[in-house]
Design a protein around this ligand. Structure first.
Ligand SMILES: C[S@@+](CC[C@H](N)C(=O)[O-])C[C@H]1O[C@@H](n2cnc3c(N)ncnc32)[C@H](O)[C@@H]1O
Length: 233
């Protein structure tokens, strides 16, 4: 991995924790909730819903036994954790931001599935355990390649089976749009969405001994992501 020595994992986590417990919480909680949104953000909500439907179909295709355990790494407000729990999976829902975990717990309780979910305020780099599958949606998009590998290394050690995750593939036009800003407050614009080049993804897969099984680009309005299913080689 071409390493930029300027990446500081702890500082990066600190910035993300503070963003997702503050402005980031209100922004993303409204995107993932039912609030009325601007056109741009409502395409993000719809694109995210398309991605979750696809990811859920991939999970179902794994034919995991009833009660299988799934780690939702960076669970946010718990949309996917709750869906998994409603469908009989046992979930570990982890997020760096206590605000997010609090909201996920509240919604899971309201939907009557909190007993199927073990919530924890923790990071994707430090969470422990062994799971039948790991999912990590729209979290690694906030990591530059160096941090990505580090986080991915931990996540891949937590399962013998698949990791289903999203990342932002490099795209010149989107790079320019992100540079211009749009989703985030000024000071966080350039640090929140990080695009990964194909060669960086290949290096990440090699160094974690994982292989890509399936991938699907999901583009909907302002929501662009790559959904990927990786497994141990
Ligand atoms: C854009 S939201 C996605 C939430 C959820 N996965 C979803 O798709 O609905 C990103 C989430 O990642 C969490 N996050 C960011 N960095 C993290 C880290 N290092 N460890 C755990 N969670 C992290 C944030 O707090 C936030 O809840």
């Amino acid at each position: 991995m071409s390493s930029s020595s300027s990446f500081n994992a702890k500082e990066h986590q600190k910035m993300l924790r503070s963003y997702f417990n503050g402005n980031g919480f209100s922004r993303w909680a409204s995107i993932y909730g039912n609030d009325k949104l601007s056109t741009v953000r409502s395409t993000v909500r719809q694109g995210h819903a398309v991605m979750m439907d696809e990811a859920f179909a991939w999970i179902e295709k794994l034919n995991l036994p009833k009660g299988a355990t799934i780690l939702d790494a960076g669970c946010g407000t718990g949309l996917f954790s709750i869906r998994l729990a409603e469908n009989g999976y046992r979930v570990k829902a982890v997020d760096i931001a206590s605000q997010m975990v609090g909201k996920a717990k509240e919604d899971a309780t309201a939907k009557g599935v909190a007993n199927m979910i073990d919530f924890e305020v923790n990071t994707i780099e430090e969470v422990k355990g062994q799971y039948d599958a790991v999912v990590c949606f729209d979290v690694l998009i906030h990591y530059p390649a160096e941090g990505f590998v580090n986080a991915f290394q931990n996540l891949s050690s937590l399962t013998k089976s698949p990791i289903i995750f999203t990342y932002a593939p490099y795209n010149r036009i989107l790079a320019f749009q992100h540079w211009l800003g749009g989703y985030f407050p000024k000071k966080e614009r350039r640090t929140t969405i990080q695009m990964i080049r194909d060669e960086q993804m290949q290096e990440a897969m090699q160094s974690t001994k994982m292989a890509v099984k399936t991938k699907k680009k999901i583009s909907f309005g302002f929501y662009h992501t790559m959904l990927m299913h990786a497994e141990r080689r």
